[in-house]
Write a protein that binds this ligand. Structure first.
Ligand code: FAD
Length: 235
């Protein structure tokens, strides 16, 4: 069981939930947990959520984006309160993880809430005062959907190059990209295949497949492209 110790709005559709998990064994950046909710009548629902906090943090942070017709995410974004408890299993996953000792350069590509496990990597890099060359590309519908905006605004000063593309709404002030991730964009973000970056791609299943195909077509070694799919349960 874990207990909610803090909740904070990240965007109009997403919030971060900070948990106290007694006996938490710590985790690696990129891992996730399984959250299991039980209703008063005994009905249970389970979903996976990436860990947003870096290893060694006092509280375990999850960031949940609301899916309109979803079963679990609207409860986590709208109804869960400080002091509530639920079942949690983890940490889970050993493949989609990064530690500063793994080196770089690092290319992180996020679709929507796929930013969550990548943010754990960015935070881990900062905590370790690492200067590993790191590039982040975030694809979202509109500017307000970008998670962790204040923190990411500081990231370039810590050596993380941040790039954004908006796929649905943008205003006249927006100077960034306004299209789906494509080969030209990945080339502009870099690093190129000759630098043999470690690449992590996370987001909805179609996004991840599209970006992974682009990366391999650009000459990146498939073995250096790690993916995590946030598709519907089982997807
Ligand atoms: C390893 C892993 C890590 C994850 N980490 C996070 C995370 O950090 N933050 C987060 O918000 N979510 C994360 N997810 C997605 C999460 O597990 C749920 O799928 C999501 O919260 C929707 O659950 P729901 O019960 O609200 O929707 P459901 O009731 O399961 O689905 C409702 C409808 O939405 C569609 N749908 C379900 N999931 C998605 C999705 N992700 N994108 C678009 N449509 C969807 C379904 O096909 C269905 O039509 C992760 C998934 C995996 C597998």
């Amino acid at each position: 069981m874990c207990t909610v110790v803090d909740v904070r709005e990240e965007t109009p559709r997403a919030r971060t939930i900070v948990l106290d998990v007694p006996g938490w064994p710590d985790h690696l950046a990129g891992q996730h947990v399984d959250v299991r909710l039980t209703a008063d009548d005994g009905y249970q629902a389970q979903r996976s959520y990436s860990i947003a906090s870096p290893p060694g943090s006092a509280g375990l942070a999850l960031t949940v984006e609301q899916i309109d017709d979803g079963e679990v995410s609207p409860y986590l974004t709208d109804e869960l309160r400080v002091g509530d408890s639920f079942e949690l299993r983890g940490p889970i996953g050993g493949y989609f993880t990064w530690n500063v000792r793994d080196g770089g350069p690092l290319l992180l590509v996020a679709g929507g809430s796929g930013l969550v496990p990548l943010m754990a990597m960015v935070r881990h890099r900062r905590q370790e005062a690492s200067d590993i060359d790191t590039r982040l590309l975030v694809s979202v519908g509109s500017r307000e959907d970008v998670l962790y905006q204040a923190e990411l605004a500081e990231a370039p000063r810590q050596g993380v190059a941040c790039h954004y593309t908006l796929t649905r709404h943008w205003d006249a002030q927006w100077a960034g990209w306004t299209r789906r991730v494509d080969a030209e964009m990945i080339g502009a973000v870099g690093p190129g295949p000759e630098e043999r970056p470690l690449i992590f791609v996370c987001g909805p299943t179609p996004f991840v497949e599209h970006v992974a195909d682009l990366l391999v077509a650009l000459g990146h070694e498939a073995a250096r492209v790690r993916t995590e799919r946030f598709g519907p349960t089982g997807g």
